[in-house]
Design a protein around this ligand. Sequence first.
Ligand SMILES: NC(=O)C1=CN([C@@H]2O[C@H](COP(=O)(O)OP(=O)(O)OC[C@H]3O[C@@H](n4cnc5c(N)ncnc54)[C@H](OP(=O)(O)O)[C@@H]3O)[C@@H](O)[C@H]2O)C=CC1
Ligand SMILES: O=C(O)CCC(=O)C(=O)O
Length: 457
Amino acid sequence: MKHIYTNTNTKCVGISLYIYTHLQYQESHFSVAFLSKSNKPKNKNTMNALAATNRNFKLASRLLGLDSKLEQSLLIPFREIKVECTIPKDDGTLASFVGFRVQHDNARGPMKGGIRYHPEVEPDEVNALAQLMTWKTAVAKIPYGGAKGGIGCDTSELSISELERLTRVFTQKIHDLIGIHTDVPAPDMGTGSQTMAWILDEYSKFHGHSPAIVTGKPIDLGGSLGRDAATGRGVLFATEALLNEHGKSIAGQRFVIQGFGNVGSWAAKLINEKGGKIVAVSDVTGAIKNKNGIDISGLIEHTEENIGAKGFDGADAIDPDSVLVEDCDILIPAALGGVIHRENANEIKAKFVIEGANHPTDPEADEILRKKGVVILPDIYANSGGVIVSYFEWVQNIQGFMWDEEKVNKELKSYMTRGFKDLKEMCKTHSCDLRMGAFSLGVNRVAQATVIRGWGS
Ligand SMILES: NC(=O)C1=CN([C@@H]2O[C@H](COP(=O)(O)OP(=O)(O)OC[C@H]3O[C@@H](n4cnc5c(N)ncnc54)[C@H](OP(=O)(O)O)[C@@H]3O)[C@@H](O)[C@H]2O)C=CC1
Ligand SMILES: O=C(O)CCC(=O)C(=O)O
């Protein structure tokens, strides 16, 4: 059953500050880069991420008629880990960060989910994202549970060597709580294949060479062909499945994409190749618009050279806050959570919202959009392409056999197509929208596994 676990290595930031200042360092040499935030939403217009996720879970649980004890057991995380990570910065001073790994549920298999590096990483959000991973892996019907991790840090303020030291310290603190058949991390916002390579290397010092300990790693270390593009490709397949049902195709549709990192840029490229027109894009540097369609290959080159979309010649700069409400047919949020809320939901022009990001839509906005007739394809299905190909990567590592990219993409398409069919079936059975269809599909599969194991009574 689930255990609430307190890691003995965990120290609160206050204690570590005391120890270090009294050992050898002057307070001026020491910066605390992150302090745990309170249990409040980041944005006054949004519900706390965990409260919102719990709410959706409980609605699904009631639809399924789950017993209240089983409901409690499914809701409480298996284990919550919080660790202090102190590194020497390049200038010799020390900086402390707080890292988290929340392992939500393992009834269906090893827990799986990304590691996020972002200033807004805080316990409730990591908890919510871990829970979403449990339902996502179940919707995808891959043999995993759910987890998520993160470090509260601003990657733009850290050098590559500082990021490497931070990742290695974090891995040292959690290595005995993750494992190939226990909990397998992957990239998320602010992390990528290089981060996974450092985790693999550090973990392997304790446990021997272990390529399957992370997914989304470089191909040379056992990564899978197609994993880099997988979440964006999954977004494409999910969009195609939804449009097909509405008698439409990608060609000629006008898209707006918020976020131009791994998910947003791959989704843009693949949608563009299918004839979709990307009319506005944003990232942290700003937002741009071209009603005739942005040249996506040119924008990818520009972002690589200039570290951001700002200043791209082939489009006009617009207010980043307005990107979500730009005129378009399909909106793809592919950055942060809680960006669609009660203050902007009414202004959204898109007829379809495809959730590339995790938890981009606040429950109040969900309701407003539903009343407006906007169809939302929920995160736990729409962005599941990443974890599906992570599963293929893990399988390849365990088999010691590499698949070609064609096989990876073909299998991904077949998993995404099956997921959409299962999701629609659930909507029909329970007369509910796509979000509740996805939640009830995921929750039902995890509940069944829990009961069969004998944990549910
Ligand atoms: N990577 C994966 O496989 C998966 C990711 N996801 C989810 O997709 C989302 C994006 O992740 P991923 O693409 O991996 O992350 P990346 O770090 O690769 O990219 C994030 C993008 O969001 C942009 N961004 C950050 N803050 C803002 C903001 N306030 N407004 C507009 N853009 C912003 C970043 O801008 P800049 O580059 O300028 O900093 C960057 O373009 C997250 O919610 C993640 O959880 C879901 C499933 C799998
Ligand atoms: O690939 C994975 O294991 C997890 C990706 C992830 O974090 C997500 O789907 O949100």
